[in-house]
Design a protein around this ligand. Sequence first.
Ligand code: DLL
Length: 434
Amino acid sequence: MDSYYNKEVECASEEELQKIQTERLIDMVHRCYNNIPLYKKRFDDMGLSPDEIKSLDDIKKLPFTYKNDLRDTYPLGMTAVPRSELSRVHASSGTTGKQTVVAYTKKDLEVWAECCARALCAAGGNKDDFVHISYGYGLFTGGLGLHYGAEMLGATAIPVSSGNTKRQVDILVDYESDILCCTPSYATYIGETAKNMGIDTSKLKLRAGIFGAEAWTEQMRSEIEELLHIKAYDIYGLSEICGPGVSFECNEQSGMHINEDYFYPEIIDPDTEEVLPCGEYGELVFTCIGREALPLIRYRTGDICKLKKEKCSCGRTFIKMSRIKGRSDDMLIIRGINVFPSQIESVLLSLGMEPNYLIEVDRVKNQDILVVKVEIPRDFTPVTIKDTEKIKKHIAQEMKSTLNISAIIKLVEQNSLPRSEGKAVRVIDHRIQK
Ligand code: DLL
């Protein structure tokens, strides 16, 4: 039996949902216009009055919001409420340029916690569960997001945060954690560490994991499910929109239901900004219809995925989004061919390699060179050099036939590639420095 945190909304009819969305949209557009100078100017420049926004269809009249808008108004120039009404701030984990700061009122924090409680519930969580949270706590939204979600659900949060991986394993065993929350790459590291400590993971009480904050593949899901003997669920979010819990997977594990009563999604062509029909891949854009402090309009996430409007066996009516293929700025162009790191991961894992790999790109004599370093699988003991050559050739051939890219494959020692406790760094592009 599926359980819901808020059945009335999660299983609402299309008309009921549209009614909520429309009311919230109209209200938020006025709040943006009246309280955020950047939006007032943008509306005025376009000759758009907030009164013209009367239905969901009118969203396409609205201007887009870009990451740079938040940077240009750093730290809090896009908040729609006075500073004294803020309850908390977080910041995005951006690696380039200035961080972006995001703010929440008390009500925003409740909404966010509910979104995470819905995600936990969809993964089978309930009030009796111990929820082991290994996302980082701090300015990053992962830790505190799931933490308050677990508490709102009535479950018990274990605020382990990331790092000290042996201790993570001890806690999983001793506290009898039921649900693990961390990045998928950290889940594999925790599983690998448990194995090295001689722990039989099939004996753990753990039964589910809620993994997100970085792109991962179906193959990685199987890997983690096998390693930890759990069901692995995807969760998506970004600080600018609220943090984890913007969308979440249910038991069907076939895409993430978007909390549409708070986050209105669109898919656009990233070059032309034209809205694409449901089912086509493009850049995900969100309008935060229910937020007080930072109600962003048509925020360009940079994430590439598609929307799926289909009946789900779990009974939820919220639209689903596919896995994230990657970020538009993560896409590698190798000798003119576009490839996302997740596609390389998919090939490696489908050939039985373990999820420890590093992609290096360089330009030598005006030619792009792609090197994929991958660790020799644990259960493979090459007897002769010929054995390793055979694997390398096989991987390279598969990359060529499925992705049409030529790669130099390097098999490296087990445990020689860096492990991640948060978002994994899978790509080093030396061309950027050149
Ligand atoms: O990563 C929030 C989060 C925490 C989500 C914990 C899920 C779990 P940021 O640091 O602002 O926020 O990074 C947001 O991470 O735009 C995506 O590119 C990527 N991302 C987040 N979730 C997923 C996912 C958090 N499930 C950026 N699959 C987003 C793929 C994801 N990429």
